[in-house]
Design a protein. Sequence first.
Length: 629
Amino acid sequence: MSRLLVITSVLIACGGGNTVEVTHPKADVTKSLPATLEAAHPKIGDPRPLHVHVYADVGVRALPHWKDELTDQLDYAGQLLSPLLGVRLTVDSIKEWDHTGSDVREALKALNDVEKPGDETVWVIGYITPGDAVQKAFSELGAGDLLGRRAVVRGWAEKPETDLLAASLPDVEGAQRAELIAAHKRHKQTVVLLHTLAQTLGAIDEADPTWIQHPLYSVKQSTFSERNRELMQIAIDARLGAGTDQTIAHDLLENIEKGDWGGWVPNSHDDTVKLLRNMLDAAKAGKTAADVPPAVYEQFDRVRELAKRGEFTRGLAELDNLMQAYPGNATMQETKCELLLAKPTSTAPAKPPAKGAPPPPPPEQLGVTDKATRQACARVSELAPGDPSPHLAVAEALIHLPKPDIVAARAELVQAATKIENLKTGQPEAWGKLVALYAGINALTWTEEALAASKLDKHPAAAEVAQSRVRYGVPRGAKFVKPEDESALVTQTRAAIAAIGSGKLADGERLLTAAEKKWPNAPGLQAMRCDLAFRQSNVGAANAACNRALAVDPDESWALYLSGVLSLKDTSASGAKAGIEKLKHAIAVDPELGQAWRALGKAYDRAHDQAAHDDLAQKYQAKFNQALP
């Protein structure tokens, strides 16, 4: 309104000493101006560039001077953001957008297909066709999702807005009236933009109508509350740094809950907290499924609590009620998939048995093999194509079948790995679950491949796989077993170890004979042959079996241990030396093999090597937290 003030001053100055009549404005127009945007505590220092891309739809581009007005509004918004948050709004481009319509939520969805914000772009902002009536609710004037990077602003409804202003404007005409209307337009459109951008940064609705984050627009709005400024600062600093949605959600939630503040609208506060927790829940599990709407989050949380208590039927019933209102919500669909996997359907007979007839067999638990369950899980991938969670859940269920379906589980985990590679949040957690599933079934090669792809440093599965390879005789790159059969080989070898170790030698013989038909040259099986013969006091057969094992895998730790013990039966110096070397080798490749440590200690005693025995005892104490026998 500087132009209005200048005009008035010039008119007064022109009076001079002459009796010239001065025409004063009919009213003080400055009282009708909207509030000036300002920061209560301006930041110092050079602002950081905050890059945005702007799109204008068909309806906006039909308005006169549309590009100049958008530029002016963006500039005005930047004049507040610079002292408020220490950022400089930098508009890299204003592009045409083939969009029509004035619904802000629909426009926000459409904007998702226009451009995906890059690393340098903080926001993609879309301006859409004005509505047919005046709106004060910010929810109707703009749209932006919490921690989203897209925002939509609805254009100024020229005629209805001007007609409404007419009653409140002073009695001025011509240029002064046009200037007043332009000032109101600039203020409202800029405040809508600021409100929407703040929403994406975690700002919560404010109770004071003079604050920009109030749910309704007012010409008196000039700034944000200090608490909302804190939240926006946290989010924008992370956006311009190395923060992820997960870390931002965590930091925002921590700040919000550090102390209660009465200036926030309670419902908005609660909804924001629920959404942030929802995001953290999803991120922890490596999920990309859509968030649960805040309005039903408590009901959804109750479904999960019912599932934890094993009340699957009630949980599914309540979940189905929610899904009738939100049929396209991927998170709810994923939960249904998980509940169906946890609570299998059955093939119980439809009719009771006839009188006197034998009782029917117990119903077969279908679970993951049930067509309806698999369809429910496949639906998750349709709704959230990038989410690995349903594949991980299905694979886990296939693995835990009475007869595990390793081939089908592998197919699901391959799909999961492809999606995990593209996750933006929760990637380490998702990789960790996939690795754990492979390691849990002793799929050694697949576990190693997953560890390499995940780049998880010092993951415990790496040491577990290394130990399993030497303990059960499955060296890397072995030709006698395929990767898909490693799980079965290790499982059967461990079963033989358990039987022989507990003195059930006949069972051990039976298990070994069956396994050797599939893997006749497996070093782990030959090591157990060595053990079986040793317990039967057949030293010759034991030596032969151990030698066969070590010929294929020189690092087979159980064969090294037994071979060392067998060598020590030779009381000569060469026998003692050979036994000690084999036991040392066994410990080197399998440090957890306590039997080898104890046998080596006895060998040092026999050899009267006190220094070596004391050194071993010290290391044994540190390793196993007990004295060497």
